[in-house]
Design a protein around this ligand. Structure first.
Ligand SMILES: Nc1ncnc2c1ncn2[C@@H]1O[C@H](COP(=O)(O)OP(=O)(O)OP(=O)(O)O)[C@@H](O)[C@H]1O
Ligand SMILES: [Mg+2]
Length: 273
């Protein structure tokens, strides 16, 4: 199913599709000692540059597997993945990844954790310090640059991990349930912070979540996934104006999307009344 955004090309007057991420029947079967486990059956989708897609599905349905394949960290067992017109054959530099656990280094300061990607490739982190400080400020962590991760709350740590994933200014941003361990208030704040972080540059983002309201609030498209072996059951366009704020959640349109997605999961037997 195509989810490409049709972008009007002002110079030629023609519409063009600016697809950045394309999956064609991409699937993954794990070989285990007790036999093959089909985690992802065959997923096809096109994601346009700058769009945010939420992968929404029940636990164990294959969301992380799909995300790891798109990151080039896991080879598909079938099908193809094309990024920016080139077949994907491994991790690519223009990508930021936030894992479910923050994976910060406790012996480095907050600032040095954000700058870690440069240290790892032997670049002078000092050159990027100003950007690191700016990112930390945008997520409300100005003044915490010299703290160690163990001095921070779970939500603050996850913000540091997000800044670290964005320090290289990636075109593609992948997040695997980054807010799952956070309380409801922090989670809402993080959803707003994420939006602020995208203001300087539209980033093609894929967010894994199993919270319907988070998916609707954050995404331009929500992919409703079935239980394992997973497929994308339906992709829903979320036509809510941006920037979104607390009031967005109170609108009728927002409630309609929630009801619709809830109904889809009920029809799939994922939610039973
Ligand atoms: N390395 C692996 N080897 C074998 N099976 C695996 C492996 N990784 C995942 N699986 C299986 O593949 C299925 C999908 O796992 P995956 O982690 O992608 O699900 P998920 O949707 O991200 O789940 P959750 O919401 O709980 O994080 C599960 O049944 C899991 O047991
Ligand atoms: Mg997962």
């Amino acid at each position: 199913m195509s989810v490409a955004l049709v972008v009007s090309d002002a110079t030629s007057g023609h519409d063009r599709r600016d697809t950045l991420i394309s999956l064609k029947d991409a699937g993954k079967t794990y070989d285990t000692r007790s036999g093959p486990v089909v985690a992802v059956e065959a997923v096809s989708l096109d994601l346009a540059r700058g769009e945010t897609l939420a992968l929404l599905g029940p636990s164990g349905c294959g969301k992380s597997t799909l995300l790891m394949m798109i990151a080039g960290l896991l080879e598909p067992s079938c099908g193809h993945i094309v990024i920016n017109g080139a077949p994907l054959s491994g991790p690519i530099p223009e990508l930021g990844f936030v894992f479910q656990r923050d994976l910060l280094l406790d012996w480095r300061t907050v600032l040095d954790n954000v700058l870690l990607p440069f240290a790892l490739i032997g670049q002078d982190p000092k050159r990027h310090e100003q950007r690191a400080r700016l990112l930390l400020e945008r997520v409300g962590l100005a003044g915490f640059e010299n703290k160690r991760p163990y001095e921070l709350s779970g939500g603050m740590r996850q913000r540091v991990a997000i800044c670290r994933a964005l320090i290289g200014d990636p075109d593609i941003f992948l997040l695997d349930e980054p807010f799952a361990a956070l309380d409801a208030f922090t989670r809402e704040q993080m959803q707003l912070d994420m939006q602020r972080l995208s203001l300087d540059k539209p980033r093609t983002t894929i967010l894994v979540t199993h919270e319907i309201s988070e998916a609707v609030f954050m995404a331009d498209k929500v992919a409703v996934m079935t239980a394992r072996p997973s497929r994308i059951h339906q992709i829903i366009d979320i036509d809510l104006p941006r920037p979104r704020n607390m009031k967005t959640r109170e609108t009728e349109a927002f409630a309609r999307y929630i009801t619709k997605i809830h109904g889809l999961f009920a029809s799939l037997g994922v939610i039973r009344g």
